[in-house]
Design a protein around this ligand. Structure first.
Ligand SMILES: [Mn+2]
Length: 430
């Protein structure tokens, strides 16, 4: 525990306020679920073991191409970011790991590890960055990185990824996520086939540097920053990458990286079926890669994604252990509150998916009873599982109402006095 963590008695005092109502809500839900032969405590125990990683870049205020409006007490460096992540974990007990972004978070791994351990945190997948230039680099990524026409630029990008692996090994991470902005803005600007050949050759070099117990996640994105073509534009290309590289290579699905109306849950099912679902970047979107809070726009879609994950769990798919990570940009909220709420929504979707009566669903599917099949999913989705989520947090030492507990703690005001205000008119993380 560090001095910046919220005092335990402050959380306890807030829990006390909600305790009576929570106990009563949990009992009522338990009774309701028991009528369907569901043991609420068994569900709560499973939910308590479901975790999602916080992205280090998510605790700072994001921005758009137009502007960034910094909030009070913004983290100045990775150690401040870890403090904020520690608070999210303290209250939700759903986020014990942090996903780092290199070079943004680059520092002495020993210090990083000691700080994380003091906060009760570990590290999830490492994220490399070859989509922007850092001050000291020899070759620019303006025209691409792993697929660049220039061999020296590709080598620099490969070496950066290998450095991320080495740093991750020192921190206890077990995966590297590679997302590249490589692509083109004009038809004819780049040769689709040759670009992808160069990308695959570069990724093969990175794959060679991967420890045996690591996984390599490639992340597809339809467009942006390249607006005509992206080298890794969709899940099909992503699957080809993972298939070409080998068994340690898997696909990462960022929910915001698809065309509007894409059936993402079906992509998830396909990747599971062929052993290539590596993990997720959870967020929500309305139009593009909006990076809005998970479950804020299309909660039913999030539930349907989890329905596929729980279905795989239920079927006992071998080697199935997707990494759960959040990837969001918080422009108008306190990032800590958004991340608390998002972790909650992700767990909510998981919990609702656990309530699906899978034997009945299969029966309706086999009987071609479309209405009852749909109703079986809806019945689980309509269940208000907040009491289960609260119990999972509370039993692990967290807060019944984590946003309320956070506001009551005065944490933001406290860090605002310690961290000088950031001036920010420029674009943020897009
Ligand atoms: Mn992402």
């Amino acid at each position: 525990m560090t001095e910046l963590m919220i005092a335990a008695d402050s959380v306890a005092a807030d829990n006390e306020k909600h305790s009576k109502a929570h106990t009563s809500d949990y009992a009522a839900l338990g009774e309701k679920l028991a009528r369907s032969n569901i043991d609420i405590d068994a569900i709560t125990a499973k939910v308590a073991q479901f975790f999602v990683a916080i992205p280090s870049w998510g605790v700072g205020t994001g921005g758009t191409r137009f502007a960034r409006f910094p909030g009070a007490g913004e983290p100045r460096h990775i150690f401040d970011k870890l403090d904020d992540c520690g608070v999210i974990q303290q209250l939700t007990r759903a986020t014990p790991t942090v996903s780092l972004h290199i070079p943004w978070d680059k520092t002495d791994p020993k210090e990083l590890k000691a700080k994380a351990e003091a906060l009760g945190l570990g590290f999830d997948a490492m994220n490399s960055n070859t989509f922007s230039d850092s001050a000291d680099q020899a070759h620019s990524y303006k025209y691409g990185s792993l697929s660049h026409v220039d061999a020296a630029t590709r080598t620099q990008a490969i070496e950066h990824n290998i450095e991320c692996i080495e740093l991750g090994v020192a921190l206890g991470s077990k995966a590297l996520t590679v997302w590249v902005g490589d692509g083109s803005n004009f038809p004819g600007q780049s040769n689709f086939t040759k670009s992808f050949e160069r990308y695959l050759a570069s990724m093969a070099e990175i794959y060679k540097a991967l420890p045996d117990d690591w996984r390599l996640f490639s992340e597809h994105k339809m467009y942006e920053p390249a607006f005509y073509s992206s080298v890794v534009q969709d899940w099909g290309t992503n699957y080809l990458i993972a298939q070409t590289l080998g068994p340690k290579a898997q696909c990462l699905v960022d929910l915001g990286h698809h065309a509007p109306n894409t059936n993402i849950e079906m992509i998830v099912a396909r990747l599971i079926q062929f052993g290539k679902l590596g993990g997720f970047h959870f967020n929500d979107s309305k139009y593009g890669d909006d990076d809005l809070d998970a479950g804020s726009v299309e909660p039913y879609r999030l539930f349907l994604v989890f329905n596929e994950l729980v279905d795989a769990e239920y079927r006992g798919v071998t080697g199935f252990h997707p990494a759960h990570m959040i990837d969001q940009s918080h422009n108008v909220t306190d990032p800590i509150e958004s991340l608390i709420s998002s972790a909650n929504e992700i767990r909510r979707a998981y919990t609702q998916a656990l309530l699906v009566d899978r034997a009945s669903l299969e029966g309706y599917q086999n009987d071609n009873d479309a209405l009852m099949a749909s109703e079986t999913l809806k019945r689980a989705y309509r269940t208000d599982v907040e009491a289960i989520l609260a119990a999972a947090r509370l039993r692990a030492g967290g807060a019944i109402d984590p946003v309320a507990a956070y506001r009551a703690s005065g944490y933001r005001g406290k860090v605002a006095s310690l961290r000088p205000a950031v001036k920010g008119g420029s674009g943020g993380i897009v």
